[in-house]
Design a protein around this ligand. Structure first.
Ligand code: ADE
Ligand code: ZN
Length: 336
C-alpha cells in the first residue's frame, strides 16, 4: 500500500470539526426550503462560488449565514448524520464535534433542540456505524463573557450530553483571557477544556489559553512556531494541537500547502493531529486533508502513522477504547 492509500485506510480520530461547518450547500438549500428560510444566494452554485475567503472573518460571515437554516431538532440531526456518513467513508472511528449554540439560541432556537438533534445523531453513529463520538460546546469569542456564562447556564440541563467546552469565532482582538472566569467555572464542573488559539492570533494567545484557561488541547496553534519557548513547552507536555491544513490554506493562514507547518510541528516533537475544521467550506473531509499533506509535504509512512496515533493520544476517549483503537492501527500496519 502506498503512503496515501495507507493514510486513507488507517482508523483515525477527528478532534476539530465544527458540525455547522459540515453543512454542505445542498443541505443548506434543502433545509432552507423545508423551513421557509430565504437565503441571500439564488442557487447551490452561487453559494459555492461565494466560498472564496481572504481571512477567518470573511469565512465566518458566510458560515453564520449558512447556519441560519437550522431551526428544528431534525435539522441538527440531519446535519450531524451527514457528517458521520462522510467520516465513516474516511475511516474516522472516533469524532469529537464542536457546536456553536449561541449561533442558534441568538435566533430563538432552544438549547434542547440543538443538543437533542446532535445527540441523537451521535447515538445512531455509534449503533449503525461503530463510530464513537462526543460533543464539545464552543463559546463565541466575539460575544461577551457574560453571554458565555448565560450559555453555560442554558446548557446545564444537558450537562451529560457534552464532555467539554471550547472557544471559537473571530480570534484577533478577543484573547483567551477575556474568558478566564467562565472557563474556571467549566473546570469546576469537570468539563474538558480546549480553545482555538494561534490560528490568526499571536503566540501570546496560545500562552493565555494554557495559563489562563488551562486548556488540554490547542485548536490550530500553528503560530506557536514563532515562539521557541512555547514550542519547547508544548513538546515537553505533549499538549496536542488540532491542526487543520485545508482550513489554513483556504483562510490564507498559509499561502501554499507546500509551506504548511505540519511537518515542522511533528518534527519539533509536538502532538500534532490532522482535522477538517469546516469541511463543507474548505474543500474536504479528513482524508482530503491527509491527501493534501501527503502530496504537498511528501509525508512519509512514519509521519502518517505518527499523526494517526497522535489523534488517539489527543482524544478524550475512554482509556479502554483508546487502547483498542491504537491496537487497530498496529493490526492494520502488520497486515499492510
Ligand atoms: N468557527 C468555525 N470554524 C472556525 C475557525 N477555523 N476558527 C475560529 N472559529 C471557527
Ligand atoms: Zn475551528
Amino acid at each position: 500500500m502506498d503512503t496515501l492509500a495507507l493514510a486513507k485506510a488507517l482508523p483515525k480520530a477527528e478532534l476539530h470539526i465544527h458540525i455547522e461547518g459540515s453543512l454542505e450547500p445542498e443541505l443548506i438549500f434543502a433545509l432552507a426550503q423545508r423551513n421557509g428560510v430565504s437565503l441571500a444566494y439564488a442557487s447551490v452554485d452561487a453559494l459555492r462560488e461565494a466560498y472564496a475567503f481572504t481571512d477567518l472573518q470573511s469565512f465566518l460571515d458566510i458560515y453564520y449565514a449558512g447556519a441560519s437554516v437550522l431551526l428544528k431538532e431534525d435539522d441538527f440531526f440531519d446535519m450531524a448524520w451527514a457528517y458521520f456518513e462522510k467520516a465513516k467513508a474516511d475511516n474516522v472511528v472516533h469524532a469529537e464535534l464542536f457546536f456553536d449554540p449561541q449561533t442558534h439560541t441568538e435566533r430563538g432556537v432552544d438549547m434542547g433542540v440543538v443538543i437533542g438533534g446532535l445527540k441523537r445523531a451521535c447515538e445512531k453513529a455509534e449503533q449503525d456505524l461503530g463510530i464513537s463520538s462526543a460533543l464539545i460546546l464552543c463559546f463565541l469569542r466575539h460575544l461577551s463573557e457574560d453571554e458565555a456564562f448565560a450559555t453555560l447556564e442554558a446548557a446545564m440541563p444537558y450537562r451529560d450530553a457534552f464532555i467539554g467546552v471550547g472557544l471559537d469565532s473571530s480570534e484577533v482582538g478577543h484573547p483567551p483571557s477575556k474568558f478566564s472566569r467562565v472557563f474556571a467555572r467549566c473546570r469546576e464542573l469537570g468539563l474538558h477544556i480546549v480553545a482555538h488559539a494561534g490560528e490568526e492570533g499571536p503566540p501570546a494567545y496560545i500562552w493565555e489559553a494554557l495559563d489562563d484557561l488551562k486548556v488540554e488541547r490547542i485548536d490550530h496553534g500553528v503560530r506557536c512556531l514563532e515562539d521557541d519557548k512555547l514550542v519547547m513547552q508544548l513538546a515537553r507536555t505533549r499538549l496536542p494541537l488540532t491542526v487543520c491544513p485545508l482550513s489554513n490554506l483556504k483562510l490564507c493562514v498559509v499561502d501554499d500547502m507546500k509551506d504548511h507547518p505540519l511537518k515542522r510541528l511533528l518534527h519539533a516533537g509536538l502532538c500534532a493531529t490532522v482535522n477538517s475544521d469546516d469541511p463543507a467550506y474548505f474543500g474536504g473531509y479528513m482524508n482530503a486533508n491527509f491527501e493534501a499533506c501527503v502530496n504537498a509535504l511528501g509525508l512519509n509512512r512514519a509521519e502518517v502513522v505518527q499523526l494517526v496515533r497522535n489523534s488517539f493520544e489527543a482524544s478524550f476517549v475512554e482509556e479502554g477504547r483508546r487502547a483498542a483503537l491504537m491496537a487497530s492501527v498496529d493490526a492494520m500496519l502488520a497486515s499492510s
